[in-house]
Design a protein around this ligand. Structure first.
Ligand code: AMP
Length: 211
């Protein structure tokens, strides 16, 4: 089964992917993480993506699709697409790329959360430099301040998690990614997440996917 986690920045896609991989044996394909790895390794792709990402803008579709296409050559089943597709053109391209391997997107999980909650989540978010797990300085603190519970990595604020950039990212999401909700109408399961814990959201996802 291949699924997409759809939702605004800060809706908890990364957190849910992490648990779904751990408990339900999916493999996460996060385009944001792939870009950040390329930036850390100073690859040409990373250098190209960095300028867009630092402004809170999307990396162009052709660059993003190519990166995903390369990944799919070695793995195209049991995937969670986290942060991809983000535009209708990417979604159409993904269908074509998966068809090469006789694969499809089975379900699209839409994590729905109010904009004001998204903003407060993102402004307090810190992520592990090593494993990329997310914490929050108020609502999801690690046992030792600034250190990842899982692997002892340093917790850092992402460069695009500053208030002005978050605003841009939410705007870009509403303009370019929200149309995917109707694009995927037939495959969509909507998870209302306001006021729910990550564990409750996870349980709703598992139930709605029947897995
Ligand atoms: P994320 O970690 O998913 O929040 O992504 C961080 C940033 O990476 C985004 O704000 C974009 O600049 C870039 N990015 C990640 N995925 C995509 C995508 N599917 N299309 C275009 N840009 C992307």
């Amino acid at each position: 089964m291949n699924i997409i986690l759809l939702g605004a920045p800060g809706s908890g896609k990364g957190t849910q992917s992490e648990v779904l991989c751990e408990k339900k044996s999916f493999t996460q394909l996060s385009t944001g993480d792939l870009f950040r790895n390329n930036i850390a390794n100073k690859t040409p792709l990373g250098l190209e993506a960095q300028g867009y990402m630092n402004q809170g803008l999307y990396v162009p579709d052709d660059v993003t699709n190519k990166m995903v296409g390369d990944y799919l050559e070695s793995n195209h089943e049991g995937l969670i697409f986290d942060g991809y597709p983000r535009t209708v053109d990417q979604a159409k391209e993904l269908d074509l790329m998966l068809a090469k391997y006789d694969k499809v997107i089975d379900k699209v999980v839409y994590i729905d959360l109010d904009d004001s909650v998204l903003m407060s989540r993102l402004t307090g978010r810190v992520v592990c430099e090593i494993c990329k797990r997310s914490y929050h300085v108020v609502t999801r603190k690690p046992a030792v301040e600034g250190i990842c519970d899982f692997d002892g990595g340093k917790l850092v604020t992402r460069p695009d998690d500053q208030e002005d950039k978050i605003k841009t990212r939410l705007e870009v999401y509403n303009n370019q990614t929200a149309p995917l909700i109707s694009f995927y109408e037939d495959k969509l399961v909507k998870i209302p997440s306001d006021g729910k814990t990550p564990q409750e959201v996870f349980e709703l996802i598992v139930e709605s996917l029947g897995i």
